[in-house]
Design a binder for this molecule. Structure first.
Ligand code: CP
Ligand code: NVA
Length: 330
């Protein structure tokens, strides 16, 4: 379809800017088709496995809706209900599932797991989030930015918070590939690792991307089109890191002052779930222990007109449909 049939989708580093653009373009078309009620069922009769070693709301639903819209059956394997990792290695799981399914989604821990799965499965594997990368999220984010600003070109994209993890890494790679202006704003120890930064800087020489690493939130957000953040403690991290994260990252919370500093056209984005109030179990526990009623973003910004977080969440399904169709359809 886009020339990706049989290929896996493991990280944006594996794709050229043109390929990423075409996946976003197909996502936009599939979104329009869906809105118009035009069925496409591009993968009729195929079957996919959805492996989730970590929990999910959006990514799981995106894959299930995509599978249904594409005319496929999806089998969900939850974080505790399979043999994976406990009684069976990834290589064995891959070889078994690869003979039953036409494609496999994986959400879990190290990137090497999803890479291994792809190596042994013999069918396309899609990364639904690892510790290092969350590539389908970035396609949805860029679709959302394009809908808002009409383009990715010239967009100043500021990521606030723990920039060493899946979201910071993937956004840096994505912005680099698309020739954007990316700023990681955090204390230095939360900047993406030096090896990945060096790789991105090399790519930036070709794409014209600007990469900045800035610890001053006012400098970083000045003139930003997008301020993006994520949770301070990611899935799979131990509870023992909370205290230090709160101390280190509180100055990097997205506030009304920072949004105003960016300018009136700036939008707020977040991959979600977000800790912006006390309506969650963890949010409440953190409040009881540390006395803060929000974490990475204030409720005021989260609920403001500048916040396009739910447009972004709704957009998760179309890039997933696009990636699955592009890699499975003939
Ligand atoms: N943004 C995202 O991946 O959300 P879920 O964890 O709900 O899938
Ligand atoms: N960094 C977060 C992203 C969730 C979509 C996590 O890994 O938990």
């Amino acid at each position: 379809m886009l020339g990706f049939t049989g290929k896996s989708f493991l990280k944006l580093l594996d794709f050229t800017p043109d390929e990423i653009n075409s996946l976003i373009g197909l996502a936009a078309k599939l979104k329009a088709d869906k809105k118009a009620g035009t069925p496409h069922r591009l993968c009729e009769g195929k079957n996919v496995a959805l492996i989730f070693e970590k929990t999910s709301t959006r990514t799981r639903c995106a894959f299930e809706v995509a599978a249904s819209d594409l005319g496929m059956t999806a089998v969900y394997l939850d974080p505790s209900g399979s043999q994976i990792g406990k009684k069976e290695s990834i290589a064995d799981t891959a070889r078994a599932l690869g003979r039953m399914f036409d494609g496999i989604e994986y959400r879990g821990y190290g990137q090497e797991i999803v890479e291994d799965l792809a190596k042994y499965a013999g069918v396309p594997v899609w990364n639904g989030l690892t510790n290092e990368y969350h590539p389908t999220q970035i396609l949805a984010d860029f679709l959302t930015v394009k809908e808002r600003f009409g383009t990715l070109e010239g967009i100043k994209f500021v990521y606030m918070g723990d920039a060493r993890y899946n979201m910071g890494n993937s956004l840096m790679v994505g912005c680099t590939k698309m020739g954007m202006h990316f700023v990681a704003c955090a204390p230095e120890k939360y900047f993406p690792n030096a090896e990945l930064v060096a790789e991105c800087k090399k790519i930036a020489e070709k794409t014209g991307a600007v990469l900045e690493f800035e610890s001053d939130p006012v400098k970083a957000t000045n003139g930003a089109h997008v301020i993006y953040t994520d949770v301070w403690v990611s899935m799979g991290e131990p509870d023992s890191v909370w205290k230090e994260r709160i101390a280190d990252l509180t100055p990097y919370r997205v506030t009304k002052t920072l949004m105003e500093n960016a300018g009136e056209n700036c939008v707020f984005m977040h991959c979600l779930p977000a800790f912006h109030d006390l309506k969650t179990k963890i949010g409440r526990e953190v409040y009881d222990k540390y006395g803060i009623d929000c974490m990475e973003v204030t409720d005021e910004v989260f609920e403001s007109d500048a916040s396009i977080v739910f447009d972004g969440a709704g957009n998760r399904v179309h890039p997933v449909t696009s990636v699955v169709a592009a890699t499975l359809a003939d």
